[in-house]
Write a protein that binds this ligand. Structure first.
Ligand SMILES: Nc1ncnc2c1ncn2[C@@H]1O[C@H](COP(=O)(O)OP(=O)(O)O)[C@@H](O)[C@H]1O
Ligand SMILES: [Mg+2]
Length: 476
């Protein structure tokens, strides 16, 4: 009798009968007939050749024309063709450099990035980041439809597979950015199962931005205060909202504040806008105090200023009641910005409990009732935790400059902001003024940098507009 080997022993598989037992084992492989394999290969080749001109039209046309020239005119014909193409390209490049860049350079770059970066690393990056199942199942791999480039970023348009949602990609932006060696990644949803991934090729905000030239036109719904990552202006809405600017010390809160004041200067000078400033540290706003309608730097005077703003707001609200539902800035009823630097000094750190309580009450009243009557609070804060500033949620618009901890990102920008790529805690300390903001109507945060208003700029602003403003009788 044969002894059965023990399960788990080092001997060979115990269950399969061996030839010695007289049973022949055949593997259950059904061979595909050769004609079917051949037909399948021919079908793949035909499909590849037919779709090639649609996938790479320019390349196929160049190749076809070159082969045609060589066929009919031999080598001199081909050389002549390429010489003509080179001369035409050179003239095009010198005469219309922008159109040449768009039509030739960026297309070639897009083709190269498609082949060498995205197609090459697509499957591994998606599998490792958890966006595709496995290396075997290509059917369930989201498909790259197109890669295009502009001067600063690559745009990868992707068809999702059924069962995945754009949010899956939004939650993996950090992995995607690392996977394709980009500084960041943003997801733009085009439609159902159709998204575009934006990968910057370089940091467009690495250079400091000089203060913008002073203009005569002021749009309080879109004040130019800096630049967005894509090169377009960062426009800050101030009228009808309240803005909280959060960042550690040295993050550049001052540049957001001063760029905003600078963009409002003509309205301040006209008398249709006023800034009431509170500067507990006496470091930031004191420099341009001539520009402000009211200014306070001690706890007591700051609270008095805030309560005065509340009284003025309530008086205006009473006048408007039943007659006017929104505010239009005029010299009689100017738009008022209550500007608070280091707001936690008043609401959390001031030694006098009464000052803290009164300041908090006044800020809460202004933020909850001021929007429709032309009172806006623009506050700067270092620490967004609740115990320091529990009025955070009364500010509809927030700016997250460099923060201390990852957990603070969602505190400032709202839930899910960090997962969607707002890595404010990772902002390089050598890049003050860089921030993440959420624009209205778009859940994806946008990276921006505030323009830097230097001390000389502030002196010039005070010289030009401060005296104007004083002559309007505004300085209090
Ligand atoms: N937008 C900016 N661009 C370039 N440098 C800036 C910018 N904002 C601030 N800085 C630099 O960083 C320093 C600290 O900025 P500041 O606004 O005082 O920070 P915070 O008020 O957040 O403590 C400034 O003195 C300036 O040199
Ligand atoms: Mg400051």
């Amino acid at each position: 009798m044969m002894r059965q080997p023990k399960i788990g022993s080092a001997q060979s598989s115990p269950t399969l009968p061996t030839p010695a037992q007289g049973v022949r084992w055949t593997t259950p492989i059904v061979e595909t007939p050769g004609i079917v394999v051949l037909a399948s290969w021919i079908w793949r080749l035909v499909r590849f050749l037919v779709t090639l001109p649609f996938r790479f039209p320019v390349m196929v046309t160049c190749l076809a024309v070159s082969v045609g020239a060589w066929w009919w005119l031999d080598w001199p014909g081909l050389a002549g063709l390429w010489a003509t193409v080179s001369v035409v390209s050179l003239i095009w490049w010198r005469t219309w450099p922008d159109s040449y860049r768009t039509c030739v350079t960026l297309r070639l770059l897009a083709w190269w990035r498609h082949v060498a970066v995205y197609r090459r690393h697509w499957q591994p990056v998606l599998v490792i980041s958890g966006l595709a199942e496995s290396y075997q199942e290509r059917r369930y791999l989201p498909r790259i439809r197109r890669v295009s480039c502009n001067a600063w970023a690559d745009y990868v348009r992707v068809s999702l597979v059924a069962g995945t949602a754009p949010a899956d990609f939004e939650h993996r932006v950090a992995e995607l950015a690392h996977g394709f060696a980009a500084p960041s990644c943003r997801v733009v949803v085009n439609g159902p199962r159709d998204i575009t991934l934006e990968f910057p090729r370089r940091d467009t905000l690495a250079e400091a931005i000089d203060a913008f030239p002073m203009t005569h036109h002021v749009d309080l719904d879109a004040l130019p205060v800096g630049r967005r990552e894509d090169g377009s202006p960062w426009l800050l809405r101030l009228h009808g909202t309240h803005v909280l600017v959060v960042g550690v010390t040295g993050a550049g809160k001052g540049s957001v504040i001063w760029s905003t004041v600078r963009a409002m200067l003509p309205a301040i000078s006209e008398g249709t806008a006023q800034v009431w400033a509170i500067d507990p540290k006496r470091m930031e706003l004191a420099y341009g105090r001539d520009l402000f309608a009211h200014y306070a730097d001690t706890g007591e005077s700051a609270v008095t200023l805030l309560e005065r703003a509340v009284a003025s707001m309530q008086e205006r609200a009473e006048r408007y009641a039943g007659k006017q539902r929104s505010h239009i800035p005029t010299t009689a009823d100017p738009f008022v910005v209550v500007l608070l630097d280091e707001v936690a000094f008043l609401t959390a750190y001031h030694p006098d409990r009464d000052v803290r309580r009164r300041a908090e009450n006044a800020i809460a009243t202004l933020t909850s009732q001021g929007r429709s009557v032309g009172f806006t609070v623009l506050a700067a804060l270092q620490d967004p935790r609740k115990e320091v500033m529990n009025l955070r949620n009364l500010f509809p618009d927030k700016v997250a400059l460099r923060l201390d901890e990852a957990s603070q990102v969602d505190m400032v920008l709202g839930e899910g902001a960090r997962e969607r790529g707002a890595e404010a805690h990772l902002i390089d300390p050598t890049l003050p003024g860089v921030a993440y903001v959420r624009m209205e109507g778009s859940p994806a945060p946008i990276r921006v940098r505030a323009a830097y208003v230097s001390d000389d700029n502030i002196t010039a602003m005070t010289k030009v507009y401060g005296s104007d403003f004083s002559s309007n009788g505004g300085v209090g």
